[in-house]
Design a protein around this ligand. Structure first.
Ligand SMILES: *[C@@H]1O[C@H](CO)[C@@H](O)[C@H](O)[C@H]1NC(C)=O
Length: 289
């Protein structure tokens, strides 16, 4: 015990180890991109930096870039902080979504459609079940998503999908499988993120083209947290925190959602008569919240 000849030092060391052990149990382990993600495309345009605390994606005229989570999940809560391409981001699309693989895939999307300088980004959301989407809702944000990091979250449980921006619900898609509306409930999904070019359609219907003199464009990702059930193919275990499994909106959440939908929604598939002249999908007639 030569090292611990000083009993006070030993006591301090014990206290220190004890608090480290406790910290591991009480503080959710912050996401680390080295541990949790892999860059999937972009030929060096995607970079994990700051020891795994941040990931940057870039886009130039030759290619965009993207990454995915190492694990596949079957239900969970997924949080990501993003700082979007500033200035003239017209034609760029920055994404954070869940997707299964193969035919008849499920997908839950956050897509950020860039815009000309000073014009608002459009946050595009959609849900695909068994390969079928057509459930778009779009929003303009009440903050500048390029000035600093903001948190975007997808809560996906058996009953519903909740989209959140800085913890404000912006959309709820309820499970109406009982009345024949498909819902993503059996295919494990990975988290995917990308920055790519979609000047053909993204900005004001493709009328505003990308200004390539401003390239490369960069989007920043931070604090990725997946609190969910890892599918059997990637280990099969559930996170300790189970709050998301029954997460729903309380009165405050419903008020906030109503505020967002009344003031910040710019497109709703449940109100697009021209597109669905023969009537809206059945879930549109149910309570929106
Ligand atoms: C870009 O800005 C225009 C004008 O404010 C707006 O109508 C449009 O929804 C914005 N977003 C996109 C993706 O075009």
């Amino acid at each position: 015990m030569a090292v611990f000849s000083n009993s006070k030092a030993f006591a301090n060391l014990v206290m220190l180890s004890l608090s480290l052990v406790l910290a591991c149990f009480t503080i959710p382990i912050a996401g680390n991109f080295i541990r949790d993600a892999e860059i999937t495309w972009g030929d060096g345009r995607g970079k994990i930096v700051e020891g795994g605390r941040m990931l940057t994606l870039s886009l130039d005229q030759n290619s965009g870039s993207g990454f995915q989570s190492k694990n596949e999940y079957l239900f969970g809560r997924f949080d990501m902080q993003l700082k979007l391409v500033p200035g003239n981001s017209a034609g760029t699309v920055t994404t954070f979504f869940l997707s299964s693989q193969g035919a008849g895939h499920d997908e839950i999307d956050f897509e950020f459609l860039g815009n000309a300088s000073g014009q608002p980004y459009t946050v595009h959301t959609n849900v695909y079940s068994h390969g079928k989407g057509n459930k778009e809702q779009q929003f303009h944000l009440w903050f500048d998503p390029t000035a600093s990091f903001h948190t975007y979250s997808i809560v996906w449980n058996h009953r519903r999908i909740i989209f959140l921006a800085d913890n404000s619900p912006i959309r709820v898609f309820n499970n109406h499988e009982a009345i024949g509306i498909p819902f993503p409930s059996s295919q494990p999904m990975r988290v995917h993120c990308s920055l790519w070019n979609a000047e053909d359609w993204a900005t004001q219907g493709g009328r505003v083209k990308t200004d390539w003199t401003k390239a490369p464009f960069t989007a920043y990702y931070r604090n990725f947290n997946a609190n969910g059930c890892v599918s059997k193919t990637s280990g099969g275990s559930c996170a300790n925190s189970r709050e998301w499994q029954t997460q729903e909106l309380d009165a405050k959440g419903r008020n906030r959602l109503r505020w967002v939908q009344q003031n910040h929604m710019v497109y709703n598939y449940c109100a697009d008569v021209q597109r669905f002249p023969q009537g809206f999908s059945e879930e549109c007639k149910r309570s929106r919240f």
